[in-house]
Design a protein around this ligand. Structure first.
Ligand code: ADP
Ligand code: MG
Ligand code: ZN
Length: 510
């Protein structure tokens, strides 16, 4: 098979996602007041409604409607004042009612969009000549290749999850060759929102980033834990190819079972390359559902799609049409906290952080909260150093006390220690509450910042490095690194390399 980059020169990949998110932060199920907890003993949280017993009547969960309205507002959707619940019929034991309650043509949230900021190596997946949006507008591309693209959202509708089935005795827990199947109805009736994008994504990286951005947004709203591993956030990827320049949609395949961002990316990449090979050999793509096998890095057919859905979708006579008031929607809007993008922009504007550092910190609630606590503890000029510590030093260490992080940042900012020494300090304080200052003092790590003392060392090093001085004078400024090294050695590591560098440059240009 050809590589992705080569395929995308000739073909345009068209990708649309369907994302299911369980509203895990709610107390109760969607249409009954059973406790929402999947970890309890199987079938502990059930009642006549979620078991579909005759005569049981559903009552919608108001908090779930609040959550979906917040999700819609945060993704720039129109909130529909009037909508209905529908019944989608199918026969399978994971839904004892034999239908799933969902929404019809009008969902609570319609026609939104989410802006993707595509950066780093993944940005290069879009071929150089293809920088337009799905609606034909030009996308500005920064010097480093990064770009921002809006992705339209068709709808977000409310529905309910099915029961969990456990297939015993087969291989890999699949139903094939299982000797018996068990059903746990604790999950049945879990409030679930389904977001459907327009087919606006063009690269696997964009699809991955869309999911990541959505996860950050929903987590910030506090409506779900959005765990791909645990399955509280699930994603189906639809993809088709068309010749560059063509506007007609090709036949799509749908990928299931992608339980990580990497799987989503890699499955789409594989599928794009596979489809290109089939098409280039004169074959045709069947509309089918495929399954990603991470171990083999390939997709395999699960089932060929029915031509028309035979779900007999009709309005649920047990649930009255839903009318949302302006007051209800306004109250939901007031509950939306600062979103990652807004937070990032505030960090850049107020604290002069680098855009990339600000993005990374703002993306994650825990790191944003730690950052903001540190901001209170350090002098204003050291704040970008706090960000630097959070992004470049802390990962991998178990250090989350604001006081520790703030004092490490101040040590770095005041040049009392170097970046390399900061790692040594982190090694010493990880998993403890020890103050970094204590480690630095005990180990005598503090750098000399006494300029006179350092200048004496510089003079001494320059006096015995005539070759390097000559090279520097001839334009080879790189030898400064060697000279700094000599100064560090002469000071037995107690000098500050940044200061040495400054003093050397000064002395050499006199
Ligand atoms: P289905 O009825 O097969 O579920 P939908 O029309 O509901 O298909 O679309 C499901 C998802 O697939 C949406 O995200 C949509 O944007 C995307 N999609 C639809 N047609 C195509 C296509 N030809 N190529 C790629 N994605 C598509
Ligand atoms: Mg669909
Ligand atoms: Zn129940």
């Amino acid at each position: 098979m050809k590589k992705l980059a080569e395929v995308l020169q000739d073909w345009e990949a068209v990708i649309g996602l369907e994302v299911h998110t369980e509203l895990t932060t709610l107390e109760t199920k969607m249409f009954c007041n059973c406790r929402l907890s999947h970890d309890d003993e199987p079938n502990a949280n059930v009642c006549p409604v979620c078991l579909g017993l005759p005569g049981a009547l559903p009552v919608p969960n108001k908090k779930a409607i609040e959550s979906i309205v917040m999700a819609g507002l945060a993704t720039n959707c129109q909130i529909m004042r009037h909508s209905m619940f529908y019944r989608k019929h199918y026969f399978y034991p994971d839904m004892a009612k034999n239908f799933q309650t969902t929404q019809g043509p009008v969902a609570f949230c319609m026609h939104g969009n989410l802006e993707l900021e595509v950066r780093g190596a993944g940005a290069a997946e879009r071929p150089d000549f293809a920088y337009t949006t799905a609606t034909g507008e030009k996308i500005e591309q920064a010097e480093d290749g990064s770009y921002t693209v809006p992705i339209r959202i068709l709808r977000i509708h409310m529905e309910e999850d099915a029961a969990k089935m456990v297939h015993v005795g087969g291989t890999e827990g699949r139903i094939t060759a299982a000797t018996e199947s068990l059903i746990d109805y604790n999950r049945c009736g879990t409030p679930l929102i389904e977001l459907v994008t327009e087919p606006d994504l063009r690269t696997p990286e964009e699809a991955r980033l869309f999911m990541e951005t959505l996860q950050q947004t929903f987590r910030t709203l506090g409506i779900s834990d959005c765990s791909l591993e645990k399955g509280s956030m699930r994603c189906d990827g639809n993809v088709s190819l068309r010749r560059r320049g063509s506007t007609k949609l090709g036949t799509k395949t749908e990928m299931k079972n992608m339980n990580s961002f990497k799987s989503l990316h890699d499955a789409l990449e594989y599928e794009i390359c596979r489809q290109a090979e089939v098409l280039e050999e004169g074959g045709i793509i069947y509309q089918e559902t495929r399954h990603w096998e991470p171990a083999h890095k390939r997709t395999v057919v699960m089932r060929v799609k029915e031509t028309a859905d035979d779900y007999r979708l009709f309005p649920d006579p047990d649930l009255a049409p839903f009318d949302l008031s302006d007051e209800f929607i306004a109250a939901c809007a007031r509950r939306i906290p600062e979103l990652p993008r807004q937070k990032r922009d505030r960090y850049v504007a107020d604290y002069a952080l680098k855009q990339a550092d600000a993005s990374q910190i703002a993306a994650d609630l825990a790191s944003a909260s730690l950052f903001e606590k540190c901001v209170e503890l350090v002098e204003a000029r050291a704040i970008p150093t706090v960000a630097n510590v959070l992004v470049n030093l802390l990962p991998g260490y178990d250090v989350s006390e604001p006081q520790q992080v703030a004092s490490l940042a101040e040590l770095l900012y005041s040049d009392a220690i170097t970046f390399a020494q900061a790692r040594e300090v982190l090694d010493a304080i990880t998993g403890t509450t020890i103050d970094p200052v204590k480690v630095v003092d005990e180990r005598g790590m503090r750098q000399t910042t006494d300029v006179d003392a350092l200048q004496a060392i510089v003079d001494e090093v320059l006096a015995r490095s005539t070759d390097q001085v000559q090279q520097y004078q001839n334009g080879n400024t790189k030898v400064i690194g060697f000279l700094v090294g000599q100064c560090m050695k002469a000071s037995k590591g107690t000098g500050n390399p940044k200061l040495f560098n400054q003093l050397l440059v000064q002395s050499l240009s006199q």
